[in-house]
Every structure is written in structure tokens, then in C-alpha cells.
Design a protein around this ligand. Structure first.
Ligand SMILES: CC/C=C\C/C=C\C/C=C\C/C=C\C/C=C\C/C=C\C=C\C(=O)SCCNC(=O)CCNC(=O)[C@H](O)C(C)(C)COP(=O)(O)OP(=O)(O)OC[C@H]1O[C@@H](n2cnc3c(N)ncnc32)[C@H](O)[C@@H]1OP(=O)(O)O
Ligand SMILES: Cc1cc2nc3c(=O)[nH]c(=O)nc-3n(C[C@H](O)[C@H](O)[C@H](O)COP(=O)(O)OP(=O)(O)OC[C@H]3O[C@@H](n4cnc5c(N)ncnc54)[C@H](O)[C@@H]3O)c2cc1C
Length: 664
């Protein structure tokens, strides 16, 4: 803090809860708090990880700088003997998308999830030591969402006991894989398996792409970067790549063979593992993306909240200070639901991590029963949380007025880095439609004796939910979690049943599904919001120590669900889950909750425990010393290196001269 002055000190004094305890709730445990606190400071205090000028660097310099940081991070990880958890925290706080994200986040998980024990034994030690660097090469120029439509082929040659990997068309070029463009030595490449002239669906293959000696592409491989992406700096630190194969040969044992095996004589043997496990890496990453959503959203909210307390506009009385913009009800009604959503996504992410760990343990014991639930939850929640977060970051930019548009606010880069999360790992609409299929299947099986399980279990009470009438009579009734849960369950169930009824009128169900897809997506949103609300409420049933901490979380939970109720009141009214009077009472209660958040707002964002380095925002500085730092930063812009700009003599002077002579 400059000169030790904390411009937000008065705000911090207003807090009605134990911030230190809230930091632990946010981190998930004492253990994770300790690690994230220590590692974030380690990164922040190391000048080698400085983020200055990232948005101004030309692509080549930017990329080289990322390579430098990634290699230095790896050195620190080894020198300090960091655990896997600490190393992943270090990469997170370095906060620069890099090839290492795909190496650790997709290449290694793909081998772990789809490789046999033998394959894991061979490849994982090399990958763990970064003696090879890998990417996840699935998407092609012509096909991304439709994985079954991929065109790359892997044809078994029984003569040589090899697969021949080939890109038969331009559209079969691999296109997008991160880390592929300039760095990866290997990739898990997804291709159509062909043996003896027969097609056997999409499978993953470990393919070496570059020579380990000099990094040149192996024969038959064309490889490069796909070009600049949205925003300055941002995701351009990543070498998303293009890759073509011209009959590239790999040994048979480089097909990932946990799901199916190809024998020496070219027979395809299915193991008892479901074929959907080929999609397992995506399930894993979607789960991590839900956790990341709370990080990205909380970061934007932290910046907007601190700045809203610093910024003053209008309302000065007798020459006194103007009103802090955070005190405007409109500002609160835009900001506080995002603050509440950040907490909500944190808790649903925590739960999803648990679900995924549980599914993984079951898969290891050959119990595949919970795989559809894992697919539905990761697909639906990935879509919901990334869409809200991307929109939320943009809303935070607007909440910061003009200064939010400056790169030094940190918000433009955060938005540019974050927004592809709505597309990668499955386009959000495509994933919602996957959940819609599962919802419709669940509804169609009601009454068959097969009880819905997991997050669909509420559908088992369909008779009750179809008859449900909300009995809220006064605004405070909306603070009762049981009432809220039933209202959200009834809305989701009724929207699904309504879609199912409409679907049943179509002779061809696929035609019906396509025709009703927009309605189906709305039903899925209602279902996913119910999951988030219910996991927030479950969190509050736990023992949460610390003065006032649980109370603050109750307030945030109320803000989260009442805001949703208000925003989607059309759904609640159309399905007769609430009356117009009850919807209006919900909004009254929401306003009361906003005023309870207000004194705690700064402390609630302090609880994220973000360093100024990680936030990368002058508007979000911990000390609130915004104006002098904005002023200082402006002078660092290269345009201000000279008082008279380059180009003056060439372009400005002749222009001015011409104007003068025209006047004369
Ligand atoms: C300044 C800096 C600032 C800030 C930084 C801040 C934040 C950063 C934030 C976040 C970063 C975090 C992470 C980054 C991570 C990654 C980004 C980088 C990489 C991205 C990589 C990729 O995108 S990889 C490619 C991903 N591709 C996809 O997701 C494709 C989507 N398509 C599909 O999944 C499938 O094709 C489909 C599911 C849509 C359809 O498949 P199909 O086979 O046709 O299936 P169906 O016939 O419909 O269904 C068959 C049955 O299978 C079931 N199913 C489908 N999928 C799955 C599955 N995954 N698991 C289990 N089961 C599945 C389906 O339900 C059907 O079941 P039935 O019972 O009905 O038969
Ligand atoms: C930053 C970034 C990083 C990436 N990293 C990787 C990587 O490391 N490895 C990798 O393999 N891939 C990667 N990808 C690719 C990514 O996974 C795909 O772009 C993504 O799966 C979406 O597929 P698509 O591009 O084919 O979109 P499309 O499917 O072409 O989507 C275009 C539009 O069509 C709509 N649409 C498509 N199908 C349907 C349907 N059935 N019903 C209704 N609407 C539909 C979509 O909603 C969307 O509006 C990355 C992408 C990005 C942007």
C-alpha cells in the first residue's frame, strides 16, 4: 500500500463478519487456504512473473515471454520441490494461458483416463517430468462439436503392426488445439479407427509430432499456429495450432486402449468400459471449468466492488463528498447478484469436484452407473456458469464506467481470456442440448418404476411438484430454504414436463427435439439453476465457524436465488409456481438483502484473498488508491514516449498546413 494509506479502510471497518474465516470457506479448507495464500504471494513477489505491458506486446514477444515464464515456473516448481497441488496453484497465479495448461490439464488426464496400465506406465513418467510436452488434438477445421463427424483416420496396417494417421481433406486438419502450434512434441490425436476396411468410431492415439532433438516436425506432419485471437495479450499467449498428417505411421500400442483394443491381427475388442469414456477427458475439464468460473467471476466482481466504493458521482451536499456509486440501488442490483453468483459457483464447483472424484473411483472399480449423471452435471453446469461469468465480467466493466474500458482496469483482458470458455470444451448450447436429452429421457421413464437419481431425483416427486402451490404470504417467507427449493423444483419439473408433452406430439422425436430446442434449453437452464441453488443451501447446512460468516453466506444465498426468481419471473409465473403477488414479495425481500450486503461488500471481496498482482487491475487495488495510479500508468504508454508523436511531420503537419492555406 502506498504510504501505508488504505483508502478503503472505512469500508473494511463496516464488515460484520470474520473475514479470515470467510477466506477459509472460500478456499475450501485451512489446507487449501494456506497453500493458495503462500503460493500467490510467492508469485506476486517474484519480478520474473510481472504482468506489466502484456497487452502491448507484439505476438512474437508476447509468446516468447510466455515461454520464459512457463520455463521459469517449472524451475521454481522443481527447485522448491512443490507438490502437485502447489505446482498447479503456482501455474494458476502466474495467470497466463500457456501450453502447460493443456499438457497438465488435458494430455495427461487423457492418458490417465483412456490409457491401459501399461500405457500409463510408459507415457506418464515422461509427461510428469516434461520430457515430452503434449496437447489434446480433437477439433478439426470442419468439425468441433460433432465429435462423431471428425475426419482424421487411423487405419491399422497388419503388415507392419502400425496405425497410419491421415488427414484426407482440408477440413480434417486439426484446428484449435492449445499448445499444438509451436510447442507440443506429442498429442493425443482423435481419429476414426479403421481396421480391415471397417470403421470403429473415434479413438485417441498418442502421436509424436516434433523431433525431440531439434523440435522440427516429423515427416508427414504439417504444423503451425492458427493466428491472432480476440483481444490484446489475452489468449494470444497460447499457440492454438493447425496440424495435418500425410500417412504418418505410429506403433499399434499408441492407440489409447482402455475402452477398445486392436489386436495384432487387427481385431477390435471392446472392453466392458462404456465407449463414452473416450469423452472422459472432456468431463474432467468441464468440471474444472466450473471451478474456474467462480475464480474469473470473483475477480471481476472484486475489481468492480472496490472501484464502486472508491468512485463518487453526484449527490454532494454543501460541498461535501459526492455519493459513492456503490450506494446507488441500481449499482447494487447489478453488482451484488454477481457477487452472490461468484460464491454460488464456488460451492457448486466444490460439490462437482466431489462428484467427479466419486465417479472416478467408481470407474476404477468398473462401476459405470454414475457416468450419465457426471456427464449431465458437468455439461449443464459448465454451460450455465461460463455463460453467466462471461456476461458478468462485461457487466463489471460497465459498472466501472469509462475507466473499466482501460486495459489497466484488468477487465478487457479478463473478458478476452474468459469468453471462449462459452465455446471450448463444448459449445454451451450444444452441451445444454445434451442435458435436454437426458432430462427428456428421465421424464419419459417416470412411472416406469425406474426412479430418477442424483440431481434428477426431484423428478421422482413429479405428481407432487405438478400440484404444488407456493404458500409465501409475506416477503420474509422467501428466506425459508424449503419454500425456495420447492419453487425452483416445481418450475424446473413443469418446464421439462411441458417440453416432453410437446415432444410427444411429433411423429418423429428427432424432428420434435430440433423444433423445440430453444424451449428445451430454457428447461435445462431452470434445472441447472436448481442444482446451484440446492448446493448453496446444502452448504449452509454445514457447520461454518467464524463470527457472522454463516449469516453473510445466508444473505448471499438469498440474493442468488431471489435474483434468479426476479430475473426469470416469467418462467415462475407461466408455470404457476408463484403468483404475481409472491413474485413482487420476492423482489421486496431482495432489496432488503441488498442493503444487508452493502456494509459487507468490500470484506466479501477481500475474502477471495487475491493479490494485486493476480487481479492485475488499478481499479481493483486493495488500497483503493485508484486515481494517482491511473494517472501514473497513462504516462507509461508508449504513445507518451515522445511529446510530439511519430508521424506528425508526415501526416498531421501537412493536414494542418492545408487547413491554414484553405482559410487564407
Ligand atoms: C488475464 C488472464 C485472465 C484470466 C484467466 C481467468 C480464467 C481462465 C479460466 C478458465 C480456464 C480453465 C480451463 C481452461 C481449459 C481449457 C481450455 C483449453 C482447451 C480447450 C479444449 C477443448 O475445447 S477440447 C475439445 C472439446 N470438444 C468438445 O467438447 C466437443 C463437444 N461435443 C461432444 O462432447 C459430443 O460430440 C456430443 C456430446 C455433443 C455428442 O456426441 P455423440 O457421440 O454424438 O453423442 P450422442 O449420440 O448425443 O450421445 C451418445 C451417448 O453418450 C452420452 N455422452 C455424450 N457425451 C458424454 C460424455 N462426455 N460422457 C459420458 N457420456 C456422454 C450421451 O448422453 C448419450 O447417452 P445415451 O445413454 O443417451 O446413449
Ligand atoms: C480458445 C479455444 C481453445 C480451444 N482449445 C482446444 C483444444 O485444446 N483442443 C481441441 O481439440 N479443441 C479446442 N478448441 C475447440 C473447441 O472445443 C471447439 O471450438 C468447440 O467444441 C465448439 O465447436 P465448433 O467450433 O465446432 O462450434 P460449432 O459447433 O461450429 O458451433 C457454431 C454454432 O453452431 C451452433 N450449433 C452447433 N451444433 C448445434 C446443434 N446440434 N444444435 C444447435 N446449435 C448448434 C453452436 O451453438 C454455435 O452457435 C478450442 C477452442 C477455443 C475457442
Amino acid at each position: 500500500m502506498e504510504g501505508g494509506v488504505d483508502y478503503l479502510a472505512d469500508e473494511r471497518k463496516k464488515a460484520e463478519f470474520d473475514v479470515q474465516q470467510m477466506k477459509i470457506v472460500w478456499a475450501g479448507s485451512h489446507h487449501t487456504f494456506e497453500i493458495s495464500d503462500r503460493i500467490s504471494k510467492l508469485v506476486a513477489n517474484d519480478p520474473a512473473f510481472s504482468k506489466d505491458e502484456r497487452t502491448m506486446l507484439p505476438r512474437k514477444e508476447l509468446f516468447k515471454n510466455t515461454l520464459r515464464k512457463a520455463s521459469y515456473a517449472w524451475k521454481r516448481i522443481n527447485d522448491l520441490h512443490l507438490s502437485e497441488e502447489e505446482a498447479s496453484q503456482l501455474r494458476f497465479y502466474v495467470d497466463e494461458p500457456a501450453f502447460t495448461d493443456l499438457h497438465w490439464g488435458m494430455f495427461i488426464p487423457a492418458i490417465k483416463g483412456q490409457g491401459t496400465d501399461e500405457q500409463q506406465k510408459k507415457w506418464l513418467p515422461l509427461a510428469y517430468k516434461m520430457q515430452i510436452i503434449g496437447c489434446y488434438a480433437q477439433t478439426e477445421l470442419g468439425h468441433g462439436s460433432n465429435v462423431q463427424g471428425l475426419e482424421t483416420t487411423a487405419t491399422f496396417d497388419p503388415q507392419t503392426d502400425e496405425f497410419v494417421i491421415h488427414s484426407p481433406t482440408l477440413t480434417s486438419s486439426k484446428w484449435w488445439p492449445g499448445g499444438l502450434g509451436k510447442v507440443s512434441t506429442h498429442g493425443v490425436v482423435y481419429a476414426r479407427l479403421i481396421t480391415d476396411g471397417q470403421e470403429h468410431g473415434i479413438h485417441g492415439f498418442i502421436v509424436q509430432l516434433r523431433r525431440l532433438e531439434d523440435h522440427r516436425p516429423l515427416p508427414g506432419i504439417i504444423i503451425g499456429d492458427i493466428g491472432m485471437k480476440f483481444g490484446n495479450g489475452a489468449y494470444n499467449t497460447m499457440d492454438n495450432g493447425v496440424l495435418r498428417f500425410d500417412h504418418v505411421r505410429i506403433p499399434r500400442d499408441q492407440m489409447l486402449m482402455r475402452v477398445s483394443q486392436v489386436t495384432r491381427d487387427g481385431k477390435v475388442v471392446q472392453s466392458d468400459v462404456p465407449r463414452q469414456l473416450v469423452y472422459g477427458t472432456m468431463v474432467y475439464v468441464r468440471q474444472t471449468i466450473v471451478q474456474d468460473a467462480s475464480c474469473a467471476l470473483s475477480r471481476a466482481v472484486c475489481i468492480a466492488t472496490r472501484y464502486s466504493a472508491v468512485r463518487r458521482q453526484f449527490g454532494s451536499h454543501n460541498g461535501g463528498p459526492e455519493t459513492q456509486v456503490i450506494d446507488y440501488k441500481t449499482q447494487q442490483s447489478r453488482l451484488f447478484p454477481l457477487l452472490a453468483s461468484a460464491y454460488a459457483f464456488r460451492f457448486v464447483g466444490e460439490w462437482l469436484k466431489w462428484l467427479y472424484t466419486d465417479v472416478t473411483q467408481r470407474l476404477q472399480a468398473n462401476d459405470f452407473s454414475t457416468l450419465p449423471e457426471a456427464h449431465a452435471c458437468t455439461a449443464g453446469l459448465k454451460s450455465l456458469t461460463t455463460s453467466v461469468t462471461a456476461d458478468g465480467i462485461e457487466e463489471c466493466r460497465k459498472l466501472c464506467g469509462g475507466h473499466g474500458y482501460l486495459c489497466t482496469s484488468g477487465l478487457p483482458e479478463l473478458f478476452a481470456v474468459y469468453v471462449p470458455a462459452c465455446t471450448y470444451e463444448g459449445d454451451n448450447i450444444v452441451l445444454m442440448l445434451q442435458v435436454a436429452r437426458i432430462l427428456m429421457k428421465t421424464v419419459s421413464q417416470l412411472g416406469s418404476g425406474k426412479l430418477p437419481v442424483g440431481t434428477m431425483a426431484y423428478m421422482g416427486r413429479i405428481e407432487h411438484l405438478l400440484q404444488y402451490r407456493c404458500n409465501v404470504q409475506k416477503a420474509e417467507d422467501w428466506l425459508n430454504p424449503a419454500i425456495v427449493l420447492e419453487a425452483f423444483e416445481a418450475r424446473a419439473a413443469r418446464m421439462s414436463v411441458s417440453c416432453a408433452k410437446k415432444l410427444s406430439k411429433f411423429a418423429n422425436p428427432e424432428e420434435g427435439f430440433a423444433e423445440l430446442s430453444a424451449d428445451l434449453v430454457e428447461a435445462v437452464v431452470a434445472h441447472c439453476q436448481l442444482i446451484v441453488v440446492s448446493k448453496f443451501i446444502e452448504k449452509l447446512q454445514q457447520d461454518i465457524p467464524g463470527k457472522g460468516v454463516k449469516q453473510q453466506l445466508k444473505v448471499l444465498c438469498g440474493v442468488y436465488y431471489l435474483f434468479l426468481l426476479h430475473k426469470h419471473q416469467g418462467d415462475f409465473l407461466a408455470t404457476s409456481c408463484v403468483t404475481p403477488k409472491q413474485a413482487s414479495l420476492a423482489n421486496d425481500q431482495l432489496r432488503v438483502l441488498y442493503s444487508q450486503v452493502r456494509p459487507n461488500a468490500i470484506a466479501l471481496v477481500d475474502a477471495f484473498n487475491y493479490t494485486d498482482h493476480f487481479l492485475g487491475s488499478i481499479l481493483g487495488r486493495y488500497d483503493g488508491n485508484v486515481y494517482p495510479k491511473l494517472y501514473e500508468a497513462a504516462w507509461k504508454d508508449p504513445l507518451n514516449d515522445s511529446v510530439v508523436p511519430d508521424g506528425y511531420h508526415q501526416y498531421i503537419r501537412p493536414l494542418l498546413k492545408q487547413q491554414r492555406s484553405a482559410k487564407l
